[in-house]
Design a protein around this ligand. Structure first.
Ligand SMILES: O=C(O)CCC(=O)C(=O)O
Length: 274
């Protein structure tokens, strides 16, 4: 659960960073399991393809970044018994998200952002609701995410950047550029003159909860270190999409107690023959 101070920070800034949200062992299991997981290397589809399909299983998506590089991520719309799902179902995140969104939430998707050393591309300024109101047919921005650092995120390897307080602006116009939703640059520039730009540098296991209308971006990874994060995204149960899409409709989320997480991670890692 988030403390009153953390909730106030999130209300003011649109995000809050929680150190040690996951223990060193839990974060290390995530790094080891994802690094050994061949599905992270699977063939990538362009975001425009995703809109035409119903995703029965996880897939890798790759979009251009407007500067010659690709942004790659692995995304799953469903939760199962695997370690990524265990984290997405953890009370640690879901109960906090229910505080933030003021009521029951369900799983929207979870994704591994695979920003590889030297090659991982940038993300343009956007609000997540800039995607989801359009592709997911959600009426209200009662949506949020938790980004967990899998390895250390730094300015050099392209950590998340946010304009603190920008979620109070409400949804601004987005256009599609190379598969990414790009927020209106004029408004972003005006917001950047008025709001603090924050780099979310995080240690493995640290989590950042953020609102779906927070303006955020990230640079390409110019370093020799990968920058992988797991982002778990949720929608309020009362914000069920008004029509079908590849995103899930409201489905009750079976939460997992916090001590289940490490057990599931260890079992998956052992099962991988490591
Ligand atoms: O991973 C990043 O750097 C950005 C991710 C992001 O903006 C998103 O998933 O909405």
């Amino acid at each position: 659960m988030l403390t009153d101070t953390q909730l106030q920070d999130l209300e003011r800034d649109g995000f809050v960073i929680v150190e040690n949200l996951f223990s060193a062992e839990e974060a290390d299991l995530l790094l080891k399991i994802a690094s050994a997981d061949a599905s992270m290397e699977g063939p990538a589809v362009h975001p425009s393809e995703v809109l035409k399909m119903r995703r029965a299983s996880a897939q890798v998506v790759s979009a251009g970044d407007g500067a010659g590089r690709q942004t790659r991520f692995w995304v799953d719309d469903n939760v199962g018994e695997d370690y990524y799902s265990a984290i997405a179902r953890s009370r640690r995140i879901v109960d906090a998200m229910e505080q933030v969104l003021d009521g029951e939430v369900y799983h929207w998707h979870h994704k591994m952002m695979l920003k590889s050393a030297r090659t991982g591309g940038a993300f343009m300024w956007h609000q997540d609701f800039g995607y989801w109101h359009e592709t997911g047919y959600c009426l209200f921005p009662y949506m949020g995410s938790c980004m967990i650092a899998v390895n250390r995120t730094t300015k050099e390897n392209g950590c998340l950047q946010a304009l603190a307080g920008s979620h109070h602006m409400g949804l601004i116009r987005h256009e599609r550029v190379e598969g990414q939703a790009k927020a209106d640059p004029e408004r972003v520039a005006a917001a950047a003159e008025r709001l603090p730009l924050v780099h979310l540098e995080m240690e493995p296991g640290t989590g950042a909860f953020f609102h779906a209308n927070l303006l955020h971006r990230s640079d390409a990874n110019e370093s020799d270190d990968p920058r992988w994060t797991l982002i778990c995204c949720y929608n309020a149960a009362r914000n069920d999409p008004y029509r079908d899409s590849h995103h899930p409709r409201y489905t009750p989320l079976e939460k997992l107690d916090d001590d289940e997480i490490v057990r599931i991670g260890r079992a998956q890692w052992d099962g991988m023959g490591q």
